[in-house]
Design a protein. Structure first.
Ligand SMILES: Cc1ncc(C[n+]2csc(CCOP(=O)(O)OP(=O)(O)O)c2C)c(N)n1
Length: 378
């Protein structure tokens, strides 16, 4: 029996400084010590991870091209971060919920949302673009970290109703500096909510590097202060992300509480197509991370172990090309929406201010219509 007044030790929560890695940079199985007791997924899951990453990258390239053509207003690329998004989403059960950010279009495609619906909002079309309930995917959030407390509320409520629902929250490193992130971590731990926060640490919050955001040894260490488990994983190793998130979700479902998983990765492309990254980061850094490509790493492993050959890879590429062609075709025409629709679904009952704004927009639209008719007659 102890008479100490000291609080319980934090050691069980402590993440490793070295990221958990199951496949090394060259595509070989990493030594067991690097895997921290995690086992790589079996062949079927490894193949599914690569297939989804190949499809995700092709989708991402296509979306980038559509932004260049002006068919999308903006596009935040996922290139380099596919292992995080795919590894995390493939750990979810169908009944679970996904809470993505603007960066995470590839996670939605992996979850099975129609890629055109994923891009609907970014082309200035109808609101969220997909039905969140149908896919159990929350709308992509643009305000940083607001999705985190939504996930805590949803899973806490589901648990009280007796449902076995867990949630995966995707966040960036910059989002961890927001008050909303702290509130969500705290209440998730206090309420034992079955939520896994997967931080894609791509090392930049637009132009702000990680060391200007935090003095913590790793972002995963932040978990300790809230009383939840923290895991630090190689975010370019899809096998490791999948294994760690799968275990964290299973522990959360079994009543073990939430977890914070930091996946260390890198954003290869600009923050969005309107960013100029050469103003704040070195080309050499980008090149270093380009050589750590998550797709190449898993492909090398699968080929060396005889699980994938040229024909198998060509099948993945074909699937990806077909998806891109369908997106191109279906987004060839610009959307025709009434500006009036901006005001639909903001509140169940529009406020007085919204009604005034809607009336003002209607007036401007009517004026534009009249002048178009007038010009047309000349
Ligand atoms: C609450 C809030 N503050 C500021 C912004 C402006 N903003 C947009 S993206 C961004 C950086 C986000 O970085 P990070 O969380 O690391 O995500 P990444 O874009 O790198 O995936 C900022 C500050 C915002 N969207 N929301």
């Amino acid at each position: 029996m102890t008479t100490s007044d000291a609080p319980p030790v934090a050691a069980p929560f402590l993440p490793s400084l070295e990221p958990i890695r199951l496949i090394d940079h060259e595509g070989r199985r990493a030594p067991e010590s690097a895997g921290a007791g995690f086992a790589p997924p079996g062949p079927d899951t490894l193949l599914a991870l690569l297939r989804a990453m190949v499809v995700g990258r092709r989708f991402d390239d296509q979306a980038g091209a559509l932004a260049k053509q002006g068919r999308l207003a903006v596009y935040p690329s996922s290139r380099g971060q596919e292992a995080c998004q795919v590894g995390g989403v493939l750990a979810l059960a169908e009944r679970d919920w996904l809470f993505p950010t603007y960066r995470d279009c590839v996670s939605l495609v992996t979850r099975g949302v129609d890629p055109v619906e994923v891009l609907t909002l970014l082309r200035g079309d109808w609101h969220c673009g997909y039905d969140p309930r149908a896919h159990r995917c929350a709308p992509q959030c643009t305000p940083l970290a607001t999705n985190a407390s939504h996930a805590v509320g949803l899973t806490y409520a589901a648990r009280r109703k007796g449902a076995d629902t867990a949630a995966l929250v995707l966040m960036g490193d910059g989002a961890t500096s927001e008050g909303d992130a702290h509130e969500a971590y705290n209440f998730a731990a206090v309420w034992n909510a079955p939520v896994v926060f997967l931080i894609q640490n791509n090392q930049w919050a637009i132009s702000v590097p990680l060391h200007k955001q935090t003095a913590a040894p790793t972002l995963a260490h932040k978990a300790v202060g809230y009383g939840m488990r923290g895991y630090h994983v190689d975010g370019n190793d899809a096998a490791a992300v999948n294994a760690v998130v799968s275990r964290a979700l299973a522990e959360a479902r079994a009543g073990g509480g939430p977890a914070l998983v930091e996946a260390r990765t890198y954003r290869i492309e600009p923050h969005t197509n309107s960013d100029a990254p050469q103003r704040y980061r070195e080309d050499a850094e980008v090149e270093h991370w380009r050589r750590r490509d998550p797709l190449a790493r898993l492909e090398a492993l699968l080929r060396s172990e005889g699980l994938l050959d040229d024909a198998g890879k060509a099948e993945f590429d074909d699937r990806a090309d077909r998806l891109a062609a369908s997106v191109r075709e279906r987004l060839a025409q610009p959307p025709h929406r009434s500006p009036d629709e901006l005001f639909a679904h903001v509140y169940a009952e529009p406020t007085a201010a919204l009604r005034r704004q809607r009336a003002a927009v209607r007036e401007v639209a009517a004026h534009a219509e009249r002048s178009r008719d007038g010009n047309g007659g000349r």
